[in-house]
Design a protein around this ligand. Structure first.
Ligand code: SF4
Length: 346
């Protein structure tokens, strides 16, 4: 691994200052920034509007760290799953999910995860490190290229629902979103971005205070502390009382409806008590519920609940005027569950 500094860690101003310190014109910093971020250059040689001497000087001082798509699986339903190799050899996953009128990128925020959700393949990879802002941005840029290539239009949405807990890598996720939404980056609206958390109350409040403009989703899966703790052990300390308090705070500050992600498993949360608990939980703030079909991992405990159980959820939520969508599993013929592909590659 090189000890030279990663040039992509510098802001535009820092690049301008660097050229000034070299006795050169500051606008060279703008040119390099454009090559790195708008034109996606991976080598200094590509920067053809710089002199050979300038390119060599940059080469001596910096490296350009970037991601590589190491493996790609394309499902019969059009879902594209990528194993992304980072500059230090670690692997994360990013997915392109096409639907009728949109293409969505599902991106990772950490290599592995420190939370130990029992139903999650990523949890089997211990947390190695946080992703840098440029590594998060690069996943989105790579999937945008795939969207253009396969579907002839730009990426329309982004969800932070890949590997890792985004709020445990808060600063880098926010910096990446800043770049994704900037005109020099991809110019996407923050309203098309959703950060999905397993529920870290302190960080939800922090986001609310910063009045972020993107959407918030919470992987809820149970509104009963006992059940939630059995499948998401961190709930023992970050419990539902604290979660709902932070979500009320979020809504009071942002007026933005929260989405609850919810998988119904056979024998775990498919009973009447669980349904009633979710209905009660949903009454606290304006929200909607996504009932997500489960992508099984190699484990006997978690099985998708019956259609009857799913229909019971839907009718009860609708009876209480709660918006509910069913999200069918995508990419069933590939390693669709998050973490499966990286488990194979690492
Ligand atoms: S579900 Fe999310 S928070 Fe839980 S272990 Fe998997 S990646 Fe981490």
């Amino acid at each position: 691994m090189s000890t030279k500094q990663d040039i992509r860690a510098l802001t535009k101003n820092e690049l301008r200052e660097f050229f000034k310190s070299q006795g050169d014109k500051t606008f060279r910093g703008n040119q390099v920034y454009e090559w790195l971020w708008s034109k996606g250059a991976h080598t200094f040689e590509e920067m053809t509007n710089l002199s050979k001497a300038t390119r060599e000087m940059l080469q001596q001082n910096f490296v350009i760290n970037h991601i590589e798509v190491d493996d790609m699986q394309r499902s019969s339903d059009g879902t594209v799953k990528n194993a992304i190799r980072l500059h230090d050899g670690l692997v994360v996953e990013s997915v392109l999910i096409p639907t009728e009128n949109r293409t969505t990128a599902c991106v990772s925020s950490q290599v592995g995860c420190s939370l130990n959700c029992k139903f999650c393949a990523t949890a089997r990879l211990k947390k190695m490190r946080n992703l840098n802002p440029d590594e998060i941005y690069d996943q989105v840029a790579a999937i945008n290229q795939q969207s253009l290539h396969y579907y002839n239009h730009k990426l329309s949405n982004i969800v932070f629902m890949g590997m890792g807990e985004p709020l445990m890598n808060y600063n880098n996720v926010l910096k990446a979103i800043e770049k994704i939404t900037s005109e020099e980056g991809l110019g996407m609206s923050p309203k098309r971005i959703t950060v999905s958390t397993s529920g870290v109350p302190k960080m939800i409040k922090k986001m609310a205070d910063e009045e972020v403009k993107f959407n918030l989703a919470v992987s809820l899966h149970s509104a009963i502390d006992e059940v939630r703790t059995s499948i998401m052990p961190f709930n023992e300390t970050l419990n539902l009382t604290d979660l709902i308090e932070s979500l009320k705070y979020w809504y009071s500050k942002t007026k933005s409806r929260v989405t609850y992600e919810y998988v119904v498993w056979d024998g775990i949360n498919d009973d009447k008590k669980s349904i009633q608990a979710l209905v009660n939980f949903c009454k606290h703030i304006p929200c909607k519920v996504n009932l997500i079909e489960y992508n099984p991992i190699d484990d006997d405990t978690f099985k998708q609940a019956s259609n009857t159980a799913l229909n019971n959820y839907i009718s009860n939520l609708e009876m209480h005027d709660i918006i509910v969508n069913v999200r069918r599993s995508r990419g069933k013929d590939i390693d669709a569950a998050c973490g499966q592909l990286a488990n194979k590659k690492s």
